[in-house]
Ligand binder design. Structure first.
Ligand SMILES: Nc1ncnc2c1ncn2[C@@H]1O[C@H](COP(=O)(O)OP(=O)(O)OP(=O)(O)O)[C@@H](O)[C@H]1O
Ligand SMILES: [Mg+2]
Length: 577
């Protein structure tokens, strides 16, 4: 077929939806370009009906007119995979933003697309497979170092069947488009290069099996790892009202989580916040490697000032990149901020398509799309026996902080850990504002379950006493109850709350959490003697200060040991009083 036959004409424009009439065949979700003068605007076919199709245009649709030409590409919306993805900042369509800026200046230019991977850059390729080897899609052909990782070069995932290696490139400096091997399936010979493409809406599944995520992903955040843990390969969400600290929490997670690769999908959030990450990350030291944090990070950025339709693409692009690195046996953390903005884009498009709306006008299939996204997380065993994982964490921004709304509800049905941020706590500057009574997790904590139960019980009882005191006042509250309340406040202040901006407090590896939690629990379990409530209050005040001093001393240093001794002395005074 010639190019000519894959064309259509614009018959209607409605916001960023364009209707096209065509005489050729059109595939659902294929990429099309609306030709306006000498610009081609990237779009995706989102509905086909007879010989008409509806496209969502990823750019401003200004100037599109009825009769304009539309070119169908015959390809699904895809990303490029290969070495050179790490450290990059892409938009939702995988345009590298810095290079786009070089070409277009400060203001993004419509219809300008740049190849995601540099075609000139050379990588130190080392072959692994030998001539005669039989490989399947996803099997390793060779590798090239990318930062601190061995980037596996694999037989393209999109191929099928078995391929025999007929030639391999010798070790050397190659570009992503140079052939690294030739393979044959008996009837056809193909080149393998370091570059392959993959359609973003289809999960990459070239692995042996999915495994149940058991190991805790240590985030260095106490309230998460101890109370509401996340598993490597699991899913979690952080819903919270406007300004409750979702973005700050995600930044802390991206910086300190013990994973190989972090992918940040900034979806519909303010540009200023993304700029902050971009400014900060290259200068931050990765606590695990001592190199720049950016070396193991990819940022996919579709800010509120960028076209709404590309939000959806940014979500799928980011999870596809995560899957690619998982295929190399790496552990990836994908953070999406905010999935509500993605859902809003879906709502807008569904409205234009005049679909029957579901709750709050979100499309009726919202739940299945949200589930489909989180299901791409997971721990897998690859064909060579190694393991890789994707952990997905999504921020949700429900209007008015109402967790009953559809996006939060759809999300909490599928995630394994629910970290609800509360307005009350953020107003009281109790950060991170994760609500200790409303949040939950199905994953394994870094501390023993029975210890955790006791701590949880104190939080619940403390809350009950607090509620009661609001009615009967402090005077009407028995001292024993008051002590329970003080204990729960202590646990909150010295363990649940944590400063991400204090280097010592922010650095809280699993071992330190287990150690410190045991100490807090010893205080919670202790039967102190108090003469009256004032006595109890003053004791817990001192205790709290002693713990805060402990928190702000670095793990396994002299000051840590000294601060701990001070706590131990205080415990003794309380017991002997
Ligand atoms: N852990 C924290 N420690 C100290 N301050 C914090 C913390 N979390 C949030 N804040 C304060 O709250 C402000 C808002 O936080 P953040 O931008 O993360 O909220 P958000 O939930 O992402 O809001 P939005 O809904 O607007 O995206 C921050 O600028 C900061 O001043
Ligand atoms: Mg935010």
């Amino acid at each position: 077929m010639t190019e000519q036959q894959h064309q259509g004409r614009v018959v209607g424009v409605n916001g960023n939806m364009v209707s096209v009439a065509f005489d050729t065949s059109v595939i659902q979700n294929e990429v099309a370009y609306v030709v306006v003068g000498d610009t081609r605007l990237k779009s995706e076919v989102i509905r086909v009906r007879g010989n008409e199709a509806d496209l969502q245009v990823f750019e401003s649709t200004n100037g599109i007119r009825v009769g304009d030409t539309v070119e169908f590409s015959r390809e699904l919306l895809s990303v490029e995979l290969g070495p050179g993805l790490l450290t990059q900042v892409f938009d939702g369509l995988q345009n590298p933003l810095p290079r786009l800026a070089e070409q277009a200046g400060f203001f993004l230019q419509r219809g300008l697309y740049v190849q995601p991977l540099d075609r000139e850059r050379r990588w130190a390729y080392t072959p692994k497979a030998a001539v005669g080897d039989t490989l399947r899609p996803g099997d390793t052909v060779g590798s090239a170092p990318e930062g601190i990782f061995e980037h596996r070069i694999m037989v393209p995932f999109a191929w099928s069947g078995e391929w025999q290696v007929t030639w391999t490139a010798p070790a050397g400096e190659l570009t992503v488009v140079d052939p690294v091997a030739k393979v044959s399936n008996g009837s056809e010979e193909r080149n393998v290069t370091m570059l392959q493409t993959w359609p973003v809406k289809i999960p990459i599944t070239n692995y042996k099996q999915r495994l149940f995520p058991r190991d805790t992903l240590v985030t260095n955040i106490r309230c998460i790892d101890t109370f509401f843990p996340v598993a490597k390969g699991g899913t979690f969400c952080t819903p919270g009202p406007f300004g409750a600290g979702k973005t700050v929490l995600q930044h802390a997670l991206s910086r300190r989580s013990e994973v190989d690769i972090v992918i940040v999908a900034a979806c519909g959030e303010r540009a200023g916040e993304v700029v902050e990450v971009l400014r900060e990350f290259p200068h931050l030291e990765d606590p695990r490697t001592g190199r720049s944090l950016m070396d193991r990070t990819i940022i996919i950025c579709n800010t509120s000032s960028m076209p709404v339709a590309a939000r959806e693409a940014s979500i799928y692009t980011s999870v596809t990149l995560a899957e690619y690195y998982r295929q190399m046996g790496l552990h990836v953390l994908l953070l999406a901020d905010s999935t509500s903005r993605w859902a809003q884009a879906l709502r807008e498009m569904s409205g234009r398509l005049e679909e029957i709306p579901g709750e709050e006008a979100f499309p009726a299939y919202l739940e299945s799309l949200v589930a489909g996204f989180y299901e791409r997380a997971g721990l897998v065993e690859l064909n060579d026996g190694s393991r890789g994982s994707i952990t997905i964490g999504g921020a949700v921004s429900p209007a008015g902080g109402n967790f009953e709304e559809p996006v939060t509800q759809a999300t909490l049905k599928v995630v394994g850990s629910f970290l609800g941020l509360s307005r009350e706590r953020s107003n009281a500057r109790r950060y991170p504002a994760v609500h200790p009574l409303e949040s939950w997790s199905k994953y394994r904590s870094v501390v023993a379950a029975k210890d955790l139960d006791r701590a949880r019980q104190i939080l619940r009882s403390g809350n009950e006493v607090d509620q009661m005191m609001k009615v009967v006042g402090e005077e009407g509250t028995p001292t024993d109850d008051f002590v329970v309340y003080l204990k729960s406040e202590l646990l909150d202040a010295v363990y649940l709350q944590q400063s991400f901006f204090d280097e010592a407090d922010a650095d809280c590896p699993a071992e330190k959490q287990v150690y410190c939690f045991a100490k807090v629990l010893a205080v919670l379990d202790a039967k102190f003697q108090f003469t009256d409530k004032a006595d109890a209050r003053s004791f817990f005040h001192k205790m709290r200060q002693a713990f805060l001093d402990w928190n702000s001393s670095l793990w396994k240093t002299d000051s840590f040991t000294k601060a701990e001794a001070a706590i131990d002395r205080l415990i003794q005074t309380g017991l002997n009083a």
